[in-house]
Design a protein around this ligand. Structure first.
Ligand code: HEC
Ligand code: HEC
Length: 389
C-alpha cells in the first residue's frame, strides 16, 4: 500500500469514529459555500435573486437560515454568498435529486418551529428550473453540470485486492456539446460497513472521453444518493485540458487521459444500493489543446522520458499486461508526444500533474521505473509554466 493511501486510511478511521458517535449532526455547509471564491456569474446570480433568493429564501427560509442560524447560513443578506452556497445543494441535471428539494420534501422546518410554513416542492422545483433557464445555464463556471445517477455495482472487489471495476456515466444530459461524451472512474470497496463504522469506496483514474476537439475542466464533485459529499473533494481542482480522441477505438476511453493521479475516497451512505452522480465545475468545449512550448519540452522533458525508457511500454510494442500504450501513446513526432503529455498536466496551482504522479511517482499501481534526475522537478515546472501562458 502506498504511503498516501495509508495516510488517507488513517484519516478515514478518524472520520468514521466521529461519524459513529454523532451520526445525525448537521453538516456545516459554510465551508462548502465559501469554497468558490471566484466572482459569481452575473446572469446566474440575477436569475437566482429573482426566482429563488427574494421570493423564497429571504421570505420563508430566512428565519432559520440567516447568519445566526440555527440552520446553515445559506440565506443571508449577501446574495452572492447565498448563491455560492445554494449551488452546492442543487443538481441541475436532475432537480429531484437536489439536497434542497429533499429538505423541502421532508418539511424539515417543522422539527424546529411547528408553525413554520416553508415552501412546497412544486414551488421550489419551479424556482430552481427558472433560475437555470433564465441565467444559470449560460454561466461557464456554473457548469455545475451534473450527470444522472449511476448505481454502484453490488459486488465490488474488496481492498486490499488490486482489482477495480469501471463505472461509467454518459454525459449527453449535460447538453448538446457533450453528446457522445462519457465519464469513467475505477472503483473498489475500501471498507465494508460494520455495526459501528461506515463503509467506504476507493476511486481512481477519472477520465472523460469526448468526440469534441477539446475540453477543459476545473474539477469534479461527487454526490452520493443526491447529497454532496464534502469530504470527497480531492478532485475539485483538476485544471485539465484534454483532447478528443477518435471513437473507433476498442474502448472509447483509450487515449483519453487520466485527470488525476490521486485517489478519492467516498464514504458509503447506505448499507446497499448507493448511487453516485458527478458534478463537473468549469467544464467547457475548447479548441484542440496543443503544445505551446515545444522547444522547452524537447530540451527539458523529452530527454528524461527517453532516459527512463518510458516509450518502450507506451509505444504499442510491449507485451501483454505491461502495455501502457492503449491509454498513453508516446510515439510520433515530438509535438505529438508533447501534446500527449500536456493532456496529463494539471494547470491548477498546487495540484500534482497526473503524468508526474503516475509515471514518475508510480501512483495507480504503475509499473516501477527508474528514478528521474534530481533536477527534473524544476525542469518540468518550467515547461508547465510555459504551457500555462
Ligand atoms: C424553522 C427553521 C427552519 C426553516 C424555516 C427552514 N430551515 Fe432549512 N434547516 C434548518 C435547520 C436547523 C437545518 C440543519 C439541520 C437539518 O438539516 O435538518 C436546516 C437544513 C437545511 C438544509 C440542508 C443543509 C445542509 O447542509 O445539508 C437545506 C438545503 C435547507 N435547510 C433548506 C431550507 C429551505 C430552502 C428553507 C425555506 C423554504 C428552509 N430550509 C427553511 C431549519 C430551518
Ligand atoms: C513496464 C512498462 C511501462 C513503463 C516502462 C512505463 N509505463 Fe506508464 N504505464 C504502463 C501501464 C501498463 C499503464 C496503465 C495503462 C492503463 O491504465 O490501462 C501505464 C500508464 C501510464 C500513465 C497513465 C496514462 C493514462 O492517461 O491513463 C502515465 C501518465 C504513464 N504511464 C507515464 C509513464 C512514464 C512517464 C514512464 C517513464 C518514466 C512510464 N509510464 C513508463 C506501463 C509502463
Amino acid at each position: 500500500m502506498d504511503f498516501n493511501l495509508r495516510f488517507k486510511l488513517a484519516i478515514l478511521s478518524v472520520t468514521l469514529l466521529s461519524c459513529g458517535s454523532n451520526s445525525s449532526a448537521p453538516t456545516n455547509r459554510n465551508e462548502a459555500g465559501s469554497r468558490d471564491s471566484s466572482p459569481p456569474c452575473a446572469s446566474g446570480l440575477a436569475a437566482f435573486e429573482k426566482n429563488l433568493y427574494k421570493p423564497i429564501l429571504r421570505t420563508t427560509c430566512l428565519d432559520c437560515h440567516d447568519a445566526a442560524g440555527p440552520g446553515p447560513s445559506h440565506s443571508t443578506i449577501d446574495p452572492a454568498a447565498s448563491y455560492a452556497m445554494i449551488k452546492t445543494y442543487v443538481n441541475f441535471g436532475e432537480l429531484s435529486q437536489s439536497r434542497i428539494i429533499q429538505h423541502v420534501q421532508t418539511k424539515h422546518w417543522v422539527n424546529y418551529d411547528p408553525s413554520a410554513t416553508g415552501c412546497s416542492v412544486a414551488d421550489m422545483t419551479t424556482a430552481l428550473q427558472n433560475w437555470w433557464d433564465e441565467g444559470e445555464k449560460d454561466c461557464p463556471s456554473s457548469q455545475t453540470t451534473q450527470t444522472s445517477t449511476t448505481l454502484i455495482p453490488a459486488h465490488l472487489p474488496l481492498f486490499p485486492q488490486e482489482s477495480f471495476v469501471p463505472m461509467t456515466w454518459k454525459l449527453d444530459s449535460l447538453g448538446e456539446a457533450f453528446v457522445g461524451a462519457e465519464f469513467q472512474v475505477e472503483i473498489q470497496q475500501l471498507a465494508i460497513p460494520t455495526s459501528t463504522s461506515a463503509g467506504a469506496y476507493r476511486l481512481r483514474k477519472p477520465r472523460i472521453a469526448t468526440p469534441q476537439a477539446g475540453i477543459s475542466i476545473d474539477g469534479i464533485h461527487f454526490f452520493i444518493n443526491g447529497k454532496l459529499q464534502d469530504s470527497a473533494n480531492g478532485w475539485e481542482h483538476l485544471g485539465a485540458q484534454i483532447a478528443g480522441h477518435e471513437s473507433n477505438r476498442a474502448d472509447i476511453f483509450d487515449g483519453s487521459p487520466v485527470l488525476s493521479g490521486r485517489e478519492q475516497i467516498v464514504l458509503q451512505d447506505q448499507a446497499s444500493g448507493d448511487s453516485l452522480s458527478v458534478t463537473f465545475s468549469g467544464i467547457q468545449v475548447i479548441a484542440k489543446p496543443v503544445c505551446k512550448d515545444l522547444s522547452v519540452f524537447q530540451a527539458k522533458v523529452l530527454p528524461v522520458i527517453h532516459q527512463l525508457s518510458c516509450v518502450g511500454c507506451h509505444s504499442g510494442g510491449a507485451p501483454g499486461g505491461f502495455n501502457g500504450s492503449a491509454k498513453l501513446l508516446l510515439t510520433g513526432s515530438d509535438a505529438d508526444i508533447c501534446s500527449a503529455v500536456r493532456e496529463r498536466v494539471s494547470f491548477s496551482v498546487g495540484e500534482p500533474s497526473p503524468f508526474m504522479q503516475i509515471g514518475f511517482l508510480q501512483s495507480n499501481d504503475h509499473p516501477p521505473v527508474d528514478q528521474a534526475p534530481q533536477t527534473f522537478n524544476q525542469d518540468w515546472q518550467s515547461w508547465v509554466m510555459g504551457e500555462a501562458k
